[in-house]
Design a protein around this ligand. Structure first.
Ligand code: SF4
Ligand code: SF4
Length: 371
């Protein structure tokens, strides 16, 4: 649960905004505030995940620090977002992982998994580590073993994510169980994919007062697009193997390699850009305690793509086996941290956008009249 102090501060901030309403054109957060009279923990979890931290409302606010009201909507909602991740995660004792992450933790996890994979290979298949020139990944780690390891980890990640999302859905819907319609779902997904509210007023995100640039949006697009293309590459390769019996390695002109290369390039460029852009942003817009979590995801995404691209280029050399094990170690580190790190913000934000579309469609909040 978010602390009583945070809920009280969040509710007070939203109540001031609800009286003021100066920012109601900026993004969906303010109309969603206006549909409420009081702000419980579930309302705050919803509003915080609807916010894209574009920063516009901080510089517009006449009550922002140093005013005695001290209204800082972007930072308050950032703190509430983190609290919602911790509150909904499964199993709950791993909630502390959200704050415990950082670049060093990410590196240690990736190194740990790599050492385990090296140890397992040396123990069970030492011949797999011998230099070879045939790019045969399954001679290093057999296909069944790879599927077993990643199937078990992937299954846990899916289960943990599904439970967390269900908890979040219940928290933000409250008593209102109006079903989501296709008419609400489509605009929500469109807004999520286009990152519409990262430039809510039609211009670009602010990085400081009166400083707008499109970069935050473009780095996000590169990272998200790269992730989706890499996922598509792995899925196509799995279908080739399982349904057609076409074994890896695939040629440089094949669909899995083309998708993986394009995705890998996006994941090399996007995380570096996000890291660079984040360092230049006004600290008033963010919650400094989340920097480690942001950096851990960016580093693991970057390492996944960098080692993947290196493996593609060097797959017919003697470096293939050690590079493959390093790459798989990094991917495992990325996988196990997905439900307990910054990755979840995309999923929660999509659910908040869907809830917003449902409310605008006439679905709630159910208790507005009673509040
Ligand atoms: S952020 Fe400030 S200016 Fe904007 S609605 Fe809230 S109180 Fe008003
Ligand atoms: S930071 Fe941007 S997205 Fe968040 S509440 Fe303010 S205007 Fe809306």
């Amino acid at each position: 649960m978010p602390s009583v102090e945070l809920v009280t501060r969040g509710a007070r901030t939203m109540t001031v905004c609800n009286s003021c309403r100066y920012c109601e054109q900026y993004c969906p957060v303010f109309p969603a505030i206006e549909r409420r009279r009081t702000f419980e923990a579930g309302d705050l979890a919803y509003l915080s995940n609807l916010c894209h931290n574009c920063g516009e409302c901080l510089y517009a606010c006449q009550y922002a620090p140093p005013h005695e009201f001290g209204i800082d909507v972007p930072r308050t909602l950032a703190e509430l977002r983190l609290a919602s991740y911790e509150d909904c995660c499964w199993p709950r004792f791993l909630a502390r992982a959200f704050r415990g992450q950082g670049a060093l933790t990410a590196l240690a996890l990736a190194a740990g998994f790599t050492v385990i994979l090296f140890g397992l290979t040396m123990w069970s298949n030492p011949a797999g580590l011998a230099p070879r020139g045939d790019a045969d990944f399954y001679a290093v780690i057999p296909h069944g073993v790879m599927v077993g390891i990643f199937g078990a980890v992937g299954g846990f990640v899916l289960l943990a994510t599904a439970i967390a999302l269900n908890r979040f859905r219940r928290a933000i819907a409250g008593a209102d169980q109006t079903p989501v319609t296709i008419g609400a779902l489509i605009p929500a997904l469109r807004d999520a994919v286009t990152l519409r509210h990262l430039h809510a007023t039609g211009s670009d995100c602010v990085s400081a007062e009166e400083q707008r640039a499109p970069w935050r949006r473009w780095w996000h697009h590169a990272t998200f697009g790269g992730f989706i293309l890499c996922f598509a590459s792995t899925s196509v390769a799995a279908a080739y193997h399982s349904f057609f019996g076409w074994q890896a390695p695939y040629s440089y002109g094949s669909l899995p390699v083309l998708l993986g290369t394009a995705g890998g390039l996006g994941l090399v460029v996007g995380p570096i850009g996000q890291w660079w852009q984040q360092r230049r942003r006004d600290p008033s817009l963010t919650d400094a305690s989340q920097t480690g979590m942001d950096q851990a995801l960016m580093l693991l995404l970057w390492l996944t793509s960098a080692t993947g691209l290196a493996l593609l280029v060097l797959r017919t050399t003697s470096l293939m086996a050690p590079l493959l094990l390093v790459h798989l170690g990094v991917v495992l580190a990325l996988f196990v941290t997905l439900p307990y790190g910054k990755f979840v913000h995309g999923l929660y934000r999509v659910m908040a956008l869907v809830n917003d579309a449902r409310e605008r469609d006439g679905g709630g909040p159910a208790s507005i009249g009673a509040r």
